[in-house]
Write a protein that binds this ligand. Structure first.
Ligand code: XUL
Ligand code: CO
Length: 441
């Protein structure tokens, strides 16, 4: 059964096309800096937002029909979502998908064994339906924030019983990730944080989270999971303060507990901005630590302080993000659209238009980031900017052989340093605009 009968296969038609159901920039086979766009941009569909989110918000019921002809909460519906998702991905040329356990099947509140049997059934169904296609799992994860049992946290809970359920969900989600051939496994610590220090033992909670992750690594490796584990940092929402505040914090945590060899970052654009950083900052921090794994590609609204999960349309941001990704040599994971249609965009066609927007935005970002690198002016400027460390005492600082006495003696000889030189922010910004709009008349 086809769900999106009126939607054709989405093809590349180029920037001059006015066809809303065509790519203007995403040309899967176009080669950029030695790789095809498809290789640079392993796009993924988020099961929850694309097949689940129905426009519901704090003030109103859903506006978007995601029943796909079946009764929500049933296995029939779970299977209809698989069918709809595969048709959707095929029509857009998307090769990867991401999921939480509870996006795949309805959870049985009374008995986790029932939920687990449903997960076995749906993963069989996904394998059967994706057989002979090149559609694969990018990553899986356990939803350890939605169910009321996690109200005080999952790995960070005060209850050893609840901790057992978190562990059981991680175990099962890892089983399914391996079964579906997933590249990665994500921990987003939705409830891993606190409301108030008055009732919270932060050290105790962080030790328990690390222990859960260690058990996950041990179990994952024992069942043949060779991919990366990811932490997806986010500073707040739903908790007032979340432990995985940003990439730097999460990386420090992983190193402290000896998890840094098995984990990388899954960077979400909107989470970066909530932490007071740019998307590209979070990518840079991850990459320079060898921990850039995967990306949740969305954007926030700078006027709002919460996670709006919008489809990315900001070509500037996508350009700076792709600049970081290209400089890092690419992702080992992919670009998952953890984005949802706006509440009034409530047709099936809108689902396609949103992905066309997001994929074209990242394609434009890729094209422009490669042009910035090929243009060379930014790299050249940066190289020159640090040139004083290439020789003399600067070089000794870099190779670790300089002493404080030596540097102090040099300062005494100089009496006062020469001006370190203009940072030329405005010049560099105009270089970027020049490259971005070089086709403009
Ligand atoms: C929440 C969020 C999650 C994670 C997976 O802000 O981004 O959907 O991507 O749990
Ligand atoms: Co996310």
């Amino acid at each position: 059964m086809a769900f999106f009968e009126n939607i054709p296969e989405i093809k590349f038609e180029g920037p001059a096309s006015k066809n809303p159901l065509a790519f203007k920039y995403y040309d899967a086979n176009r080669v950029i800096m030695g790789k095809t766009m498809e290789e640079h941009l392993p796009f993924a569909m988020a099961w929850w937002h694309n097949l689940g989110a129905n426009g519901v918000d704090m003030f109103g019921r859903g506006t978007i029909d995601k029943s796909f002809g079946a009764e929500p909460g049933t296995m029939e519906h779970a299977k209809a979502k698989v069918d709809a998702g595969i048709e959707f991905m095929k029509k857009l040329g998307i090769k990867y998908y991401c999921w939480h356990d509870v996006d795949l099947v309805p959870e049985c509140e009374e008995d986790i064994n029932v939920t687990n049997a449903r997960l076995d059934e749906i993963s069989d169904y996904i394998l059967e339906k994706t057989k002979g296609t090149d559609i694969k799992c990018l990553w899986g994860t356990a939803n350890m924030f939605g169910n009321p049992r996690f109200m005080n946290g999952a790995g960070s809970t005060n209850s050893a019983d609840v901790y057992c359920f978190a562990a059981a969900q991680v175990k099962k989600a890892l089983d399914i990730t391996v079964k579906l051939g997933g590249r990665g496994y994500v921990f987003w610590g939705g409830r891993e944080g606190y409301e108030t220090l008055l009732n919270t033992d932060v050290k105790f909670e962080q030790e328990n989270i690390a222990q859960l992750m260690k058990m996950a690594v041990a179990y994952g490796r024992s069942i043949g999971f060779t991919g990366d584990f990811y932490i997806e940092p986010k500073p707040k929402e739903p908790m007032t303060h979340q432990y995985d505040f940003d990439a730097a914090t999460a990386i420090g945590f992983l190193r402290q507990y000896g998890l840094d060899k098995d984990f990388k970052m899954n960077i979400e654009a909107n989470h970066a901005t909530l932490a007071g950083h740019t998307f590209e900052h979070e990518l840079r921090i991850s990459a320079m630590n060898g921990m850039l794994g995967s990306v949740d590609a969305n954007q926030g609204n700078p006027m709002l302080g919460w996670d709006t999960d919008e489809f990315p349309c900001d070509v500037y941001s996508a350009t700076f993000a792709m600049y970081e990704v290209l400089k890092a040599g690419g992702l080992t994971g992919g670009f998952n659209f953890d984005s949802k249609n706006r509440r009034p965009s409530n047709t099936y066609e809108d689902m396609f238009l949103a992905f066309i927007l997001g994929m074209d935005t990242f394609a434009q970002g890729l094209i422009k980031a490669a042009e910035i690198i090929e243009d060379g002016r930014l790299d050249e400027f940066k190289k020159e900017r640090y040139a004083s460390f290439n020789e003399g005492l600067g070089a000794k600082v870099r190779d670790g052989s300089a002493t404080l006495e030596e540097l102090a003696a040099a300062a005494a000889d100089m009496k006062a340093p020469a001006n370190p030189g203009s940072g030329k922010t405005e010049y560099l910004q105009s270089v970027v605009n020049n490259v971005l709009f070089n086709g403009n008349k």
